[in-house]
Design a protein around this ligand. Structure first.
Ligand code: ATP
Length: 456
C-alpha cells in the first residue's frame, strides 16, 4: 500500500445531495446540457458536454469490459434503433407498453398510478397537495412512432425501439451460427432507447431518449436458478464496486403482483438518493418468453440444438437491464460533496468519483506560469501521460485554485512541477480525496497513475 492510499479518508456519511446541485455543476463544468436549450429546451432530453462524454465513455467501457471482454461465454452486438414493426407486436409493447396516468384537479400535477401509494390511489388523494385525483386513469402508449419511406401510401409506420434488448433476440440466431457460442452463453448490448414518458423529469433519471445496457444470458432450463443467482450477485457487486456509499445500495424483490406471468422471481438493484430508493437495474427471469414469441411471430424456429446431446429446446433467459444515464446520475449524486474548509474559507466542492470512471485522470500543473523551465517540463510530462490517459495541462491561476478546479470535476490526481523537479526530476502527486501529497520520480509516474486509473 502506498502512502497515498494509507491516508485516504474513510467515506463520510454525508447528507443526500439535492439534484439541483449536480444539475448546476453539470452545466457549469460541461458534463450535461439541456438539449436544444437555445430554443427553450425539450423536456426529458439532454446532451452530454466535453467532460460528460468522457465520463460516459468510461462508464460504458468499464461495463463492456467486465461483462463482455472479461467473460469467456459472453459476446456483444450493436443493433439499430429502428426495427421491423412486427418486433413490437411480438414483444407485447404495441399492446401493453402503457402508463396509466391520473391528474390532481387542484395542483394539476400528473402521477403514474404505479408510482402512487395504495391509499392515495384508493382515496383519489394527491400525495403532494391532498387535492382530488381524477378517478379514471388515462392510458398512454410509450412507444415513439416513426415512418420509413418517402412516398405517401408506401410509408411504413414503425417505432424507435422502446427497449434496447429486442435486438439481442433478433440477432440471437445469427450470433449462434456465426460465433461458435454454446449454451450457456450471453449477448450484451449498450444502446439508445426511446419512450414517450408521461412524467419525464428529475434530470437524467427519467428521460425520453436514454441509453440502456443489457445482458441476455441463454441457459438450459435446468440451469436457470444457478445462472440467475450468478448474474444477480455479479451485478450487485459490480455496482458496489463503483459507489462510495455502499449502504445506499440494496436489492428489492418484486412482489408476486408485480411479476410478469413467465417470471419466477425478479430483483431490482436500487440506489437511495433524494428521490428515495429507486431502480437502477433489473435482474429478470424471462424464461423462454422472448425467443418463443419471436419464433411464433416471425415463423422462424429459434430453438437451439445441444451439440452433444442433440436435445432441441428454446433456451431460457436471465436478463440484466440497467441504464447508462441513471448510472451517470447516481454516480454524480454519490460522488458530490461540499466539504467545509477547516479554516472557514469557501467549502471545497469535490466529486469523489471512482478513478476508473472520472473524466480526467490527471492534471499536470507547473507551479508558476512565467518560469520557462517549469512550463516546458510540465508540458513534456503532460504530452507523455496523454498517450495513456486523459490528462489536462493547466497553468492558469494559483496552484490552490487549480487544485479546486480539478477537485470539482473529480480528477483523482494532480501532478505539480516545481523547482525541485528541475534539480532531481521528481514531481508532487496530490490525491483528490485526502489531499495528501507524495514525491515521485518522473520515470515512475506513468506506471504509478496507470495502476490506479485502469480497471482490473
Ligand atoms: P421505470 O419503472 O422506472 O419506468 P422500467 O422498469 O420501465 O423503469 P426497464 O424497462 O426495466 O425500466 O429499463 C431498464 C433500465 O433502463 C432501468 O433500470 C433504468 O436504469 C433505465 N431506464 C428505464 N427508463 C428510463 C428513462 N425513462 N430514463 C432513463 N433511464 C431509464
Amino acid at each position: 500500500m502506498t502512502q497515498i492510499e494509507e491516508n485516504k479518508p474513510e467515506v463520510k456519511d454525508t447528507p443526500l445531495v439535492p439534484i439541483e446541485k449536480v444539475v448546476s455543476l453539470s452545466k457549469r463544468r460541461g458534463f450535461v446540457f439541456p438539449n436544444s436549450e437555445i430554443y427553450g429546451g425539450v423536456a426529458g432530453i439532454y446532451d452530454f458536454g466535453p467532460l460528460g462524454v468522457e465520463m460516459r465513455n468510461n462508464i460504458r467501457r468499464y461495463w463492456w469490459w467486465s461483462m463482455v471482454q472479461n467473460h469467456d461465454n459472453v459476446v456483444g452486438i450493436e443493433g439499430a434503433t429502428i426495427t421491423h414493426p412486427r418486433v413490437w407486436e411480438a414483444s407485447g409493447h404495441v399492446e401493453n407498453f402503457v402508463d396509466r396516468l391520473v391528474d390532481c384537479k387542484k395542483c394539476k400535477r400528473r402521477f403514474r398510478t404505479d408510482h402512487l401509494e395504495p391509499e392515495n390511489l384508493e382515496q383519489h388523494k394527491c400525495p403532494v397537495c391532498g387535492g382530488e385525483l381524477t378517478s379514471e386513469p388515462r392510458v398512454f402508449n410509450l412507444l415513439m412512432e416513426t415512418y420509413l419511406g418517402v412516398v405517401e401510401g408506401d410509408r411504413m409506420k414503425t417505432y424507435l425501439r422502446g427497449e434496447a434488448c429486442q435486438n439481442i433476440y433478433l440477432d440471437y440466431d445469427n450470433v449462434v451460427k456465426s460465433s461458435r457460442v454454446q449454451v450457456p452463453f450471453g449477448i450484451c448490448q449498450i444502446g439508445k432507447a426511446y419512450r414517450n414518458e408521461v412524467t419525464p423529469g428529475n434530470f437524467l433519471f427519467r428521460q425520453r431518449e436514454f441509453e440502456q445496457w443489457d445482458l441476455q444470458f441463454f441457459v438450459h432450463p435446468s440451469e436457470m436458478d444457478k445462472w440467475y443467482e450468478y448474474w444477480k450477485n455479479f451485478r450487485f457487486e459490480w455496482y458496489k464496486g463503483i459507489v462510495n456509499h455502499k449502504d445506499r445500495l440494496r436489492f428489492r424483490e418484486h412482489g408476486s403482483d408485480e411479476l410478469a406471468h413467465y417470471a419466477k422471481k425478479a430483483f431490482d438493484v436500487e440506489y437511495k438518493t433524494v428521490l428515495g430508493w429507486q431502480e437502477w437495474e433489473g435482474v429478470h427471469w424471462r424464461q423462454d418468453w422472448d425467443l418463443s414469441r419471436h419464433s411464433e411471430y416471425s415463423g422462424q424456429d429459434l430453438s437451439y440444438t445441444d451439440p452433444l446431446t442433440k436435445e432441441r429446446y428454446i433456451p431460457w433467459i436471465v436478463e440484466t437491464s440497467g441504464g447508462v444515464d441513471r448510472t451517470f446520475l447516481n454516480l454524480l449524486l454519490d460522488a458530490y460533496e461540499e466539504e467545509p474548509d477547516p479554516n472557514g474559507k469557501e467549502p471545497r466542492t469535490v466529486l469523489h468519483l471512482h478513478p476508473w470512471l472520472a473524466p480526467v485522470k490527471v492534471a499536470v500543473l507547473p507551479l508558476q506560469k512565467n518560469k520557462e523551465e517549469l512550463v516546458s517540463s510540465a508540458r513534456s510530462i503532460h504530452e507523455n501521460l496523454r498517450r495513456y490517459m486523459v490528462s489536462q495541462y493547466d497553468d492558469v491561476a494559483n496552484i490552490g485554485r487549480r487544485y479546486r478546479r480539478q477537485d470539482e470535476i473529480g480528477t483523482p490526481f494532480c501532478v505539480t512541477v516545481d523547482f525541485q523537479t528541475l534539480d532531481d526530476q521528481t514531481v508532487t502527486v496530490r490525491e483528490r480525496d485526502g489531499m495528501t501529497q507524495i514525491r515521485l520520480p518522473i520515470s515512475e509516474l506513468t506506471m504509478y497513475l496507470l495502476d490506479r486509473v485502469t480497471w482490473k
